[in-house]
Design a protein around this ligand. Structure first.
Ligand code: FES
Length: 406
């Protein structure tokens, strides 16, 4: 629902063949006389109070939705927070009465006073040691022992990176031993059901008693589905995914952490938090290792979020001697200009500009969207997503069309 069911955008048209209700004021202004006469109404405005036969234009998100998950990469030093070490631990004897924790830390070559071991680990350490015949792998977050696993599991050490967009979610599974990307998966952000833009989502949290919890649950459920898909693709257990790094625009990170985003919609548009957040993945219901950690990168401002920080880090613009321009055209579009000396950032609602409310036939890159337009022998040609019957035009098609027709 591009306008959050406010009856303004006209993008939720349905066709009544029988039982059309009287048009509402929104329908009278959003639809033409001819459309109203044919039986068109706005799906978000209709209250069904009689038997009806209704044809729905397909607004559903299908597997054919096109989501960009590839790009150029650059070399970065591999320095994961999570590391693993295997050790054969000496069994206790009357001459060696060290505690299980000290015995393990000594064997793993970790200074006892520099490492914290959680109570959950202390509770299960005795049985893991004895059941594995004292052959164990320690999982460390920095110097803290977060898990002890039976046997040598050092080769299975993964992390997942998420980009939570207003419209799409992308997940990347990485091998923390090598830095290799093992799998990629993407999906439509299920929060689009309650509104296509961040303002509609914020309104939902303010108008519905459980709106914030609902939006958080939608996105985490989809992220967990992606984690399962990534793990299947790479043939690794979700229990061996110990770390998640998450970016998203400021509203998306607020919703993920179930932090009230309402002040993002009110001048002067300040976020509730802007620093990076590290927490137990289980605290937000993320289905990786139950001892895994999640890191949400910092936001820059109310409408320039952690995804922009990710773009700066990925391009190393902040280390550049020359001036660099980064343009991220998503549903929210951000632009960063700068170098190692100074960086400036700003944002605007790019999705609606290219595909949304005021482009009459605009739509996302779903099956049937015109995604490219070109001239050939004096004729206009076009292609559509999934070679479907053309049903609208998405941002790339629109830009092509402007170039062709100028
Ligand atoms: S008019 Fe119905 S969603 Fe915008």
């Amino acid at each position: 629902m591009p306008c959050g069911a406010k009856g303004k955008c006209g993008k939720c048209k349905v066709l009544f063949h029988k039982g059309a209700p009287d048009p509402t004021p929104s329908e009278l202004s959003a639809l033409t006389e001819s459309e109203l006469a044919q039986g068109y109404r706005l799906g978000c405005q209709v209250v069904l109070d009689r038997d009806a036969v209704v044809y729905l234009r397909d607004h559903g998100r299908k597997p054919g939705d096109r989501i960009l998950t590839t790009g150029v990469t650059r070399q970065v030093p591999l320095c994961p927070l999570i590391t693993k070490r295997f050790a054969e631990v000496p069994e206790p004897t009357t001459e060696d009465l060290r505690s299980d924790v000290d015995r393990v830390l000594d064997s793993l070559d970790v200074a006892r006073d520099e490492s914290a071991t959680g109570l959950a680990q202390v509770r299960r350490m005795g049985s893991v040691l004895r059941e594995s015949e004292y052959k164990v792998t320690g999982v460390f977050a920095g110097t803290d022992l977060i898990s002890l696993e039976a046997g040598d599991t050092t080769s299975d050490c993964c992390g997942v990176a998420f980009d939570i967009g207003t419209t799409t979610l992308a997940g990347y599974l990485l091998d923390l031993n090598t830095g290799a990307q093992l799998a990629v998966a993407a999906a439509v952000n299920p929060q689009t059901r309650v509104g296509e833009d961040v303002i509609s989502r914020i309104s939902h949290t303010m108008q519905e008693a459980d709106g914030l919890r609902h939006l958080q649950s939608l996105v985490v459920t989809e992220m967990n589905r992606l984690v399962r898909k990534l793990a299947r693709q790479a043939n690794v257990s979700r229990d061996r995914v110990y770390e998640a790094v998450i970016v998203g625009n400021t509203c998306m990170t607020h919703l993920l952490l179930r932090v009230d985003p309402r002040h993002l919609a009110m001048a002067p548009y300040v976020p509730a938090f802007s620093r990076s957040v590290t927490l137990d993945a289980a605290a937000i219901g993320l289905g990786i290792s139950r001892l895994g950690r999640a890191h949400v990168l910092p936001n820059i401002a109310g409408y320039v979020g952690a995804d922009t920080v990710g773009a700066v880090l990925a391009t190393a613009a902040h280390e550049s001697d020359s001036t660099v321009l980064i343009v991220d055209i998503g549903t929210n579009g951000e632009i960063v200009l700068g170098s190692r000396e100074r960086m400036l950032a700003c944002s605007t609602a790019a999705g609606p500009a290219f595909e949304g409310a005021h482009i009459k036939q605009g739509m996302r890159a779903a099956p049937g969207a015109i995604d490219a337009v070109w001239m050939e022998d004096g004729d206009i040609r076009f292609s559509t997503v999934s070679n479907g019957r053309p049903v609208g035009i998405c941002g790339s098609g629109l830009l092509d069309a402007v170039v062709c027709l100028r």
